[in-house]
Design a protein around this ligand. Structure first.
Ligand SMILES: Cc1cc2nc3c(=O)[nH]c(=O)nc-3n(C[C@H](O)[C@H](O)[C@H](O)COP(=O)(O)OP(=O)(O)OC[C@H]3O[C@@H](n4cnc5c(N)ncnc54)[C@H](O)[C@@H]3O)c2cc1C
Ligand code: SF4
Length: 460
């Protein structure tokens, strides 16, 4: 029988007071009964509006129909057909702007919990033996630069077609932002590793500690017999505001802060990665990265954590669920505020941040109302740590060492609709092309690039 409830089937979560001090996963996932109950809310709409919101075209009503029947393995196979990383996407995709944003059940209530169902299917299959077949080799070799979601998707799709794929990753661990950026409490690293293991089981080779542009150039990869290259090197270069005091001890980029915690395990006692023991922390910015940095600071023992954001709560770009969780965990949102300078003590350590209040003026080029300073409204916030999370751009290393590869003014690689760059046989996608965006958009680009690379090599 259909479930006509107007709201999503609730999902279990760790208590906010407890979880604010540990790094275990916040959301615990559906049980099989809850998943079936939620799946029964789906109306199996003829025109499948939810699918139009999915950048990798998961056949959503089809997989949900299988969940409703209790056929979880079948449901998983349908998702996996077009989405290489369901356990990841079910956890971190901004579903409210994508599939769930288009779901008709959202018109008069809450949309179907598509992300929760996707996660359930992936988690259900996580401990089941997977019959991964190595595809028949087709005799062609492709190199993939970076091991984030765009590269992993491109590598997986190419391996399925029989290509001999080698992934070159700069860090000592594959996974990109999924490993070094998004914290354990939102995306357990064992889940990402499981997806990477599935790829290597398919024959994809992953070489870590390989900084392309230093150890090997793109041209050298071509000379090594790779008939095409995919660049998915992300946008890991942090931006700063350019205000006074950003060089003080106690100022981090969110990128560095989160990498120390996630990749270098600073939150575990048996690791000796240094990280500030902060009491009062200001995180500047309002995206997912800012939420992750703020919630990580709280978990490391801070007493007060502020998110300083220059627009209002309505404009916060972070996923709604993360903002809600951050509020529950005691993060204070100082919206309509902007830092003016960071103040240091006599030892060059951060002791305060001067901010100014803002109001919203006319819409800017992005369509959002422009924040305007309120003159004379400056005030001081006592802090010992400032974490700057105002965006990132692509690292210039690859473009500066690759003749023929063009980038725009923001340093993003220029590609056509097939993700083909200005250099023949070289493709690119994900944050390296779009600037900081989302996991699923990066995966969509990896998929398009793999299809285009296959066509390119076969047409030679
Ligand atoms: C903290 C944080 C939280 C986020 N939260 C979300 C979220 O909740 N939902 C969401 O959808 N998106 C989120 N994002 C954004 C999302 O993670 C990215 O859009 C996505 O990971 C981009 O994928 P990518 O494959 O293009 O690049 P990346 O994931 O950045 O991977 C690029 C890889 O290339 C490697 N690399 C770089 N240069 C070289 C080189 N020269 N040689 C070899 N390897 C190189 C890097 O080490 C890295 O491993 C978040 C981002 C951050 C930082
Ligand atoms: S739009 Fe919503 S109700 Fe309709 S098929 Fe998609 S998930 Fe089901």
């Amino acid at each position: 029988m259909a479930n006509m409830s107007m709201t999503k089937t609730p999902i279990a979560e760790q208590d906010p007071k407890v979880r604010a001090r540990n790094f275990k996963e916040v959301t615990l996932g559906y049980t099989a009964e809850q998943a079936v109950e939620e799946a029964k809310r789906c109306l199996n709409c003829k025109h499948r509006p939810c699918m139009s919101g999915c950048p990798v075209s998961v056949r959503i009503p089809e997989f949900i129909a299988q969940v409703a029947e209790g056929n979880f393995e079948e449901a998983y196979k349908i998702i996996k057909d077009t989405n290489a990383l369901p356990a990841v996407c079910g956890r971190v995709c901004p579903q409210e702007n994508q599939c769930e944003g288009k779901c008709v059940r959202g018109i008069k209530g809450e949309p179907v919990g598509i992300g929760r169902l996707e996660r359930f299917c992936a988690d259900y299959m996580a401990d089941k033996p997977m019959n991964i077949e190595k595809p028949e080799p087709n005799g062609h070799k492709v190199a993939v630069v970076g091991a984030g979601p765009s590269s992993l998707t491109a590598a997986g799709d190419l391996a399925k077609l029989g290509y001999d794929v080698t992934v070159y990753e700069a860090f000592h661990t594959a996974g990109g932002v999924l490993m070094y950026g998004i914290p354990e409490f939102r995306l357990p690293k064992s889940i990402v590793q499981h997806e990477i293991d599935n790829l290597t089981a398919m024959g994809v080779k992953i070489m870590t500690n390989m900084v392309i542009g230093k150890v090997l150039s793109i041209d050298e990869l071509i000379e090594m017999g790779n008939e095409a290259i995919f660049i998915g090197s992300g946008a890991g270069l942090p931006r700063f505001m350019g205000i006074e005091g950003e060089g003080l001890v106690g100022v981090y980029s969110a990128n560095e802060y989160l990498t120390r915690i996630n990749l270098m395990k600073a939150y575990l006692e048996d690791y000796d990665t240094p990280i500030m023991k902060s009491e009062n922390v200001a995180v500047v910015g309002g995206g997912n990265v800012a939420m992750d940095a703020a919630r990580s600071a709280m978990r490391l023992g801070a007493k007060k954590v502020y998110v300083v954001y220059r627009r209002s709560m309505d404009e916060l770009p972070a996923r709604k669920e993360e903002v809600h969780h951050a509020q529950e965990e005691g993060i204070e949102f100082l919206v309509l505020n902007n830092p003016v300078r960071i103040i240091g003590d006599e030892n060059g350590r951060v002791c305060a941040m001067e901010c100014v209040k803002m109001e919203l003026g006319e819409p800017d080029a992005s369509g959002r109302r422009r924040p305007v300073e309120i003159k004379g409204s400056e005030f001081t916030l006592e802090i010992d740590t400032a974490i700057m999370s105002i965006g990132t751009s692509p690292n210039p290393l690859i473009r500066s060492t690759t003749p023929g590869l063009s980038a725009n003014d923001h340093g993003c690689l220029i590609v056509d609709e097939n993700e083909s760059t200005t250099k023949e046989g070289v493709y690119a996608g994900g944050d390296a092309v779009t600037g900081a965006a989302t996991v699923i958009l990066a995966m969509g680009a990896g998929k398009r690039a793999a299809a285009a690379i296959d066509k390119y090599i076969k047409s030679k």
